[in-house]
Design a protein around this ligand. Structure first.
Ligand code: FES
Length: 156
């Protein structure tokens, strides 16, 4: 009887073990799935490592216009498609203005002798601040926001 009780007790203990083993197995199966899920993540590691790059890009939202080397000192460059002109009045100092003439809206097309020039009626604007040097333009060129990022001019 004691032996039987002992077997029953052992059976109960085994049953308890097997009962306990089911959730353990389920947990372990879940634990196996996590590495299985981790494997694709590990495969995606280049993207994960690229996240800081994405973050950096997200910090600089805008349109890359040019390499800074394309903007001559004492001159500038007109980006007709973006309707913006970027100047470098002094080495390392960059300015950006609307490239739309404030007279009747022609796109400025030339930069020479310190001025940004309009082909339509001859208005000229200073590369330093967009002020009118020669009319008939009635107002200076509106400023545009740019940022220099990794040697690139970015229109914000
Ligand atoms: Fe530029 Fe007239 S539109 S001077």
């Amino acid at each position: 009887m004691l032996l039987g009780a002992g077997l029953v007790g052992l059976g109960g203990a085994l049953a308890g073990c097997s009962t306990a083993a089911v959730p353990y197995d389920a947990d372990e199966a879940g634990a196996v799935e996590q590495p299985a899920e981790a494997a694709p993540s590990a495969m995606v590691m280049p993207s994960a490592s690229a996240m800081p790059t994405r973050t950096r890009r997200a910090e600089v939202t805008g349109t890359v216009l040019a390499n800074v080397r394309e903007i001559p000192v004492g001159g500038g460059k007109i980006f007709a498609a973006e309707r913006v002109v970027v100047t470098q009045p002094a080495r390392g100092t960059y300015r950006a203005f609307s490239a739309v003439c404030t007279h009747v809206g022609c796109i400025l097309n030339q930069i020479s002798d310190g001025t940004i020039n309009c082909p339509c009626h001859g208005s000229e604007f200073k590369i330093t601040n967009g002020a009118v040097v020669t009319g008939p333009a009635p107002r200076p060129l509106p400023r545009k926001q740019i940022k220099i990022v990794d040697g690139k001019v970015v229109l914000l």
